[in-house]
Write a protein that binds this ligand. Structure first.
Ligand code: NCD
Length: 301
C-alpha cells in the first residue's frame, strides 16, 4: 500500500489511523508499546525537520529500524538517477518515506518500488501525512471536524500542506474559508473540483474576519517555489499575524501551522491559548506510528 495523495485515502482509512493513533498515545504514556519488525528508509531530497525526524522517531518507538539517506552525500552526487536510487533502496527496506521537489515524484517511485511509498511532500502538490496529523489535532482539540469553521491562510498557491488539507477538510464536512496574499491564491481548478465533488462552497475572503473561526490554519510563504525570490521577500514582510489582529477571534479559536514558522505568526502568539502548532507537530509521532502499523500489518501491505 502506498500513501501518495489524500485523494487515495477515504474517510474509513483516516478514521482507522486516528483510532490507532489514540491507542499509540496511550501505549506511549504507559511506556509499553507493542513492537513490530521491519525497516523504514527515509529518503529526503528536499529539506525537512519534522517529517523526517518524526517518521524516524515513530519507527524507533515501534521497535523498527530506519535507514537514512542524505541526497548531498549519496550517489545522486555521482549522477545516479532517481529511478535507480529508488530501485536500490527498495531492496533495503519495507517502507520508503520520501520527499522530492518534483510533483509526481512519489507516484513515480511507487510505480518502481515494491516497498510501500509514503509521500512526505512532492513539490507544491501533496503532503498527505501532514493532513493526517492536522485532522487528528483538530479532532483532539475540537471533538469533530464536521461543521468546524476552518480558515486556511497563507501561501495557498504553493503550499502542498494546504492542497492536501483542503480536500480532506471538505471530505469531512468542515466549513472552509481561504485567505491568501495577492498572487498566492489557491489554484481555481482545485477549488472547483473540491466544491463539485463534495457539494460545498468554499468561502474566499481577501480580508479575513476571524470572528467565527474555530481553527485558523496558517502556512508560510513558500519562498523556494518562487521564480523571483525578491517577490517572496516582499510578501513575507507584509504577511504577519499579530495578537492585535486576533482581537475579534473566539477565545477558544486554535491556531495551527505545519511549521516551520518564519515570519507569519508573531512569537507573542505562542504564549496565548490559541497557539497549538507545537502540540500539532508532536501529534506527528502517534499518527505516523499508526500509519506505519497500518501499512505493515494490513492486508494492503
Ligand atoms: C511543510 C512542508 O514541508 O510542506 N513542513 C512540514 O512538513 N511540516 C510546510 C512548509 O514547509 O511550509
Amino acid at each position: 500500500m502506498d500513501i501518495i495523495s489524500v485523494r487515495d485515502i477515504d474517510k474509513k482509512i483516516f478514521n482507522e489511523i486516528f483510532e490507532t493513533a489514540g491507542e499509540m498515545e496511550r501505549q506511549l504514556k504507559s511506556g509499553r508499546v507493542e513492537k513490530l519488525d521491519g525497516v523504514v528508509a527515509t529518503l529526503f531530497f528536499e529539506p525537512s525537520t519534522r517529517t523526517k525526524l518524526s517518521f524516524q522517531s515513530a519507527t524507533v518507538r515501534l521497535g523498527l529500524r530506519y535507514i537514512d539517506f542524505i541526497s548531498e552525500l549519496s550517489s545522486v552526487k555521482k549522477g545516479e538517477s532517481f529511478a535507480d536510487t529508488i530501485r536500490m533502496v527498495d531492496g533495503y527496506c519495507d517502507i520508503i518515506v520520501m520527499r522530492h521537489k518534483y510533483e509526481g515524484a512519489a507516484r513515480y517511485a511507487a510505480e518502481i518500488a515494491k516497498a510501500s511509498i509514503i509521500n512526505g511532500g512532492d513539490g507544491g502538490n501533496q503532503h498527505p501525512t501532514q493532513t493526517m496529523l492536522d485532522l487528528y489535532t483538530m479532532l483532539k482539540e475540537k471533538g469533530a471536524i464536521k461543521g468546524l469553521n476552518v480558515r486556511m491562510m497563507g501561501d495557498l498557491k504553493h503550499a502542498r500542506t494546504m492542497h492536501s488539507l483542503i480536500y480532506a477538510l471538505a471530505m469531512f464536512g468542515a466549513n472552509i474559508s481561504i485567505t491568501a496574499p495577492h498572487g498566492l491564491e489557491m489554484p481555481e481548478e482545485g477549488i472547483k473540483e473540491i466544491e463539485k465533488k463534495f457539494n460545498i462552497k468554499i468561502n474566499i475572503e481577501e480580508e479575513p474576519d476571524f470572528s467565527s473561526d474555530d481553527v485558523l490554519y496558517v502556512t508560510r510563504i513558500q519562498q523556494e517555489r518562487f521564480a523571483d525570490p525578491l517577490e517572496a521577500k516582499r510578501i513575507m514582510e507584509k504577511f504577519r499575524i499579530t495578537k492585535d489582529a486576533l482581537k475579534n477571534a473566539k477565545k477558544d479559536m486554535i491556531i495551527m501551522h505545519p511549521l516551520p514558522r518564519v515570519n507569519e505568526i508573531d512569537v507573542a502568539i505562542d504564549k496565548t491559548p490559541h497557539a497549538k502548532y507545537f502540540e500539532q507537530a508532536k501529534n506527528g509521532i502517534p499518527v505516523r506510528m499508526a500509519l506505519i502499523k497500518y501499512i505493515l500489518e494490513g492486508e494492503h501491505a
